[in-house]
Design a protein around this ligand. Structure first.
Ligand code: KG4
Ligand code: ZN
Length: 330
């Protein structure tokens, strides 16, 4: 069994996964504290990870109904992410592994998102090759996945991540953080064709850009004036969402065409978006979307990636360091 830790941002996560990809426990403790600030405060996140990490590990072992004797490997997110937050996970993982002379695997967070597709998740895992779109609050990229241990980035955002765009758009419409789910709910009562927001078609190739969209919404709200903007909030939300979804879908369609890949997986928090799922379903016969708890930041995906790498034996990982930006840093 693999015990994995993930502390790259504001969620303190621990999971227990079997060597063949069954998720026995996937514990996620979200630090709601950041919502009051309208975003994640790195120093606050690190302190909370420190308070929560041991509790979350114990909870994962208890939920999985296993003891330390059942654990043969510890995995941890090494980066990219908030370095202070990552350090809590890395130091904890080293300590837990060293105390039991277990091997350790340092895992790339983005490889983890890709590896969420390799878990048995009520159905069979997705086998490479496939195209993978990851869209979350921190990253947005399209990757070609040819094997279980690596991926090739085909396109990435040049500015904001798609989730960040949803959060900023939601804030302009007076919705609470994180705004994606609130904006989706508000948009249900609106007309996606009410306003024509930009889809960044001029951006090169398979890259994304959401900064112009956010500015377009800002100007539209300003032009309408307070009363009219308030009266048309649902239309604004629906049109904004439509623009994000269209941009993601058009780039994905282009990537499918260019690579000749026939299978598509989507992940990251934005994959929870209903209209995005519907639009993606129009591109391929079946879109692979892991369960919501495996799409957002979680430790089961880190354990999944660890199944395919050569772990470092004790004590050679004691110098292992967290990295804020990595090989695949986007
Ligand atoms: O992967 P995730 O849980 O965390 C990090 O990025 O760290 O993604 C969170 C992001 C937020 O920006 C949130 O607004 C967005 O995913 N999100 C959504 C929806 N649910 C979450 N965006 C659009 N529609 C949703 N239903
Ligand atoms: Zn993530």
């Amino acid at each position: 069994m693999i015990l994995a830790l993930e502390t790259s941002c504001d969620d303190t996560c621990a999971a227990v996964v079997t060597a063949d990809g069954d998720v026995r426990a996937n514990v996620i403790s979200s630090q709601g504290i950041h919502d009051a600030f309208g975003g994640v405060v790195p120093e606050v996140a690190s302190r909370h990870h420190l308070e929560l990490v041991n509790v979350v590990v114990d909870d994962a072992l208890r939920t999985a109904e296993v003891t330390w004797d059942d654990i043969g490997l510890i995995a941890v997110t090494q980066g990219p992410g908030l370095v202070g937050a990552l350090l809590v996970g890395v130091a904890t993982a080293k300590g837990l592994a060293a105390a039991r002379t277990l091997p350790l695997a340092g895992i790339d967070h983005l490889q983890g998102h890709v590896a969420a597709n390799f878990l048995r998740d009520g159905g069979p895992p997705l086998e490479p090759p496939f195209l993978c779109l990851i869209a979350s609050g921190g990253h947005t990229f399209l990757a070609r996945v040819d094997d279980h241990t690596s991926f090739t980035v085909l396109g990435q955002t040049l500015d904001d991540a798609a989730g960040e765009a949803f959060d900023k758009g939601a804030r302009l419409l007076g919705l609470p953080f994180p705004g994606g789910p609130h904006l989706e709910r508000l948009a249900r009562a609106g007309d996606p064709a009410a306003f024509a927001f930009p889809t960044a078609d001029g951006v090169k190739d398979l890259d994304f850009s959401f900064a112009g969209l956010k500015t377009a919404l800002l100007y539209k709200v300003r032009d309408l004036g307070d009363d009219e903007a308030a009266a048309r909030r649902a239309d604004l939300a629906a049109s904004f969402q439509h623009a994000v979804v269209e941009q993601l879908a058009r780039r994905t369609a282009r990537a499918l065409e260019r690579t000749g890949l026939e299978r598509l997986a989507i992940g990251g928090g934005v994959a929870a978006n209903g209209p995005l799922r519907e639009r993606m379903a129009s591109l391929v016969p079946a879109v692979h979307v892991p369960a919501r708890a495996l799409c957002t930041d979680n430790a089961a995906m880190i354990a999944s990636a660890a199944r395919f790498v050569e772990p470092v034996p004790y004590p050679h990982y004691l110098g292992l360091e967290a990295y804020a930006t990595g090989e695949h840093a986007l």
